[in-house]
Ligand binder design. Structure first.
Ligand code: GLU
Length: 296
């Protein structure tokens, strides 16, 4: 059991677009889980892929979070500042024999479903630009952990294949960056969307390979739009407002989507009041273990 004083949570958006209701639900669940036990809550901007991140989006995200009263502790961390830390982690993985260079193109292996590990014994195409991959055939097998909502998880990491941890265009990949920063920031509790549950085996494997502590995990339901698709920046889900006066009813909706049954009379109440009530009554056990919720 993590003592309240030690709880450190985080919200880690990729600034590829403004936040939508689905991201609000994830941010709110994570914020409530931290604040309900007096924990810290950090904001980390995962801007490792500049072509996907329009300039200024981080500012919009900060203003959106502020409009909904989701304030964070300390300085905002930017992953674009963290090159050296990721390189040091990659160097350790290479030294441990857990990472290898690979110049294979997706077209060459796509019929296998996932990358079959051809370059584990040495690069097949040394003349090409090289990505770096994690060896999923080494380290603890299977990968098991307890999700606070979805229960016991047990995965054979080799079935997901050797994931890229540094891209051949020299950009850092999400799996490595997220694990390095979660450890460096002392994150005890990861509360995020269900779409990342199947990324967790790679992240748990990286934590083991780098001798990092294991955080606890709570994956929250994804919100589906009218078309039955998950709300996402890719399908241009409507941005939540950054004007505080527009926030109350949407915050109320987000609390409902987290199965917290907020009192209907608080629907138009200022966000500070809604959050104080929600924090006092936060009961993650009320969440039904279903991966999705309908927006409407
Ligand atoms: N940056 C990721 C995203 O926006 C989330 C990372 C995480 O919570 O682990 O989807």
């Amino acid at each position: 059991m993590i003592s309240p004083q030690r709880y450190i949570g985080r919200f880690a958006p990729t600034p590829s677009g403004p936040l939508h209701l689905g991201s609000l639900v994830a941010a709110l669940g994570s914020w409530l889980d931290a604040r309900a036990v007096g924990g810290r809550w950090l904001l980390r901007i995962e801007d490792i892929d500049p072509p996907r991140c329009p300039p200024g989006t981080d500012d919009i995200i900060r203003r959106q979070l502020e409009a909904f009263g989701l304030t964070w502790d300390g300085e905002v961390r930017y992953q674009s500042d963290r090159d050296e830390a990721y390189q040091a982690a990659l160097d350790r993985l290479v030294a441990n024999g857990m990472a290898y260079p690979c110049g294979c193109s997706r077209r060459e292996w796509q019929d296998y479903g996932h990358y079959p590990g051809w370059c584990r014994q040495g690069p097949r195409h040394p003349e090409r630009p090289q990505a770096w991959r994690l060896r999923t055939d080494k380290g603890p097998q299977p990968i098991a952990w307890q999700d606070r909502l979805f229960g016991y998880q047990c995965h054979d990491p080799t079935l997901q294949g050797d994931v890229v941890i540094k891209r051949k265009d020299d950009l850092w990949a999400y799996q490595l960056a997220v694990v390095v920063d979660d450890a460096d920031q002392g994150i005890t509790d990861i509360v995020r969307g269900y779409d990342l549950l199947d990324n967790t085996p790679w992240q748990r494997q990286l934590q083991a390979a780098l001798a990092y502590p294991e955080p606890r995990y709570l994956h929250l339901p994804l919100i589906l739009g009218d078309d039955g698709q998950k709300l996402s920046k890719q399908n241009l889900a409507t941005a939540i407002p950054h004007q505080p006066e527009l926030a109350p009813p949407l915050l109320h909706r987000a609390l409902q989507l987290l199965d917290q049954q907020p009192p209907s009379e608080l629907r138009e109440a200022p966000v500070s009041l809604q959050l104080a009530h929600a924090c006092q009554h936060w009961t993650p056990e009320k969440l039904a273990a279903r991966p999705t919720r309908d927006y409407c």
